[in-house]
Design a protein around this ligand. Structure first.
Ligand code: COA
Length: 291
């Protein structure tokens, strides 16, 4: 591996073959990010990914800047190859990202060590914080479960009601394009909880490599709804499968997944120009990657 300084890198749009490098960098970092995330970002914004390349054209760093709404970009996958950090490559990527973002509101989920740096660099508002957890599927979790709530798979005709529910959590922000992008494809299942014909919550789970899964948004009227959704999404997985999720810091762990292991990594949602309000009363699991 060569040594590279900021003056020797060029920032460019990503190419298809770059993604194997990003997947490798992210795996080394231990992030909950996989091909599903790349495909979802791409559906939302095909040009979402900036790459820092060395003189040979090899990627040495990334910064995703996904156009997620008419005036909002979501910044993620800000990462530089481990052995090349602290030599200015990240700063060069950040500069290119700021130029791309222009006047738009920037949203991101900051790892703990970076919060002050982001604040210094214009991300002046903070909203919720989540804690990273994982759990393993046990025999107990596969048993049937009596709930007051029926859960069904999301179908096309349910979209208007699902988006209306989403507005309880994001009262001033339309997530139609975001949810359409993330709830597409074969690797994702979206469960909707119903009570007397009315939506009372929803959640999504997607498949990652190596018998691992990720929960993204799991929202609901109360903890019983969350339990019903979790049971719907994970009870059919193989014993031993591993599930990743980010629990809102103000929520306790639902009993069904109480054996989850908590990591200290607690990303903080930050914004540059406008705080996007989130009604966390109905939010249990929320993640980086989705505004
Ligand atoms: C964050 C990261 C992309 C920065 O890239 P880099 O090439 O090391 O950064 P640079 O050398 O260009 O430094 C840019 C600035 O980031 C700061 N910085 C770099 N790494 C930092 C860290 N771990 N914690 C706090 N600040 C950091 C530098 O002090 C510098 O500040 P300045 O511009 O005020 O002088 C890189 O360290 C990385 O890949 N980290 C692991 C992944 C990660 O945590 N990403 C952020 C997720 S929110």
């Amino acid at each position: 591996m060569s040594t590279v300084s900021a003056s020797e890198v060029t920032i460019r749009q990503n190419k298809k073959e770059d993604i194997t490098f990003l997947l490798q960098f992210v795996e080394e970092e231990g992030w909950d990010w996989s091909m599903y995330d790349h495909l979802s970002h791409t559906r939302l914004d095909p040009n979402y990914l900036l790459v820092a390349e060395d003189k040979s054209g090899e990627p040495v760093g990334f910064c995703a800047v996904t156009k997620s709404a008419p005036d909002t970009v979501y910044v993620s996958s800000f990462i530089v190859r481990k052995d090349l950090r602290r030599s200015g490559i990240g700063r060069a990527l950040w500069k290119a990202m700021v130029q791309r973002a222009g006047n738009q509101n920037i949203a991101l989920d900051a790892v703990k060590g970076m919060v002050d740096w982001y604040k210094k660099n214009g991300l002046q508002f903070q909203t919720f914080r989540t804690f990273y957890h994982i759990f393993t599927i046990t025999d107990d979790m596969k048993k049937s479960y009596a709930s007051n709530y029926e859960t069904i798979a999301l179908s096309e005709e349910m979209w208007p009601a699902l988006l209306a529910y989403d507005q309880y959590v994001y009262p001033n922000f339309d997530r139609t394009a975001i949810l359409r992008a993330w709830f597409s494809g074969e690797d994702v299942h979206v469960a909707v909880a119903m009570d007397a014909g009315k939506i009372v919550g929803y959640g999504s789970i997607h498949k990652k490599p190596n018998n691992e899964y990720g929960l993204r948004n799991v929202f609901g009227d109360n903890e019983d709804v969350i339990q019903a959704l979790l049971h719907d999404m994970v009870s059919g997985l193989q014993k031993g499968a591993v599930v990743h999720f980010f629990l809102l810091d103000e929520k306790r762990l639902p009993t069904y997944i109480k054996h989850s292991v908590k990591y200290e990594e607690a990303p903080v949602r930050m914004y540059s120009k406008v705080r996007i309000e989130t009604n966390t009363a109905r939010m249990w699991i929320a993640t980086a990657h989705l505004i």
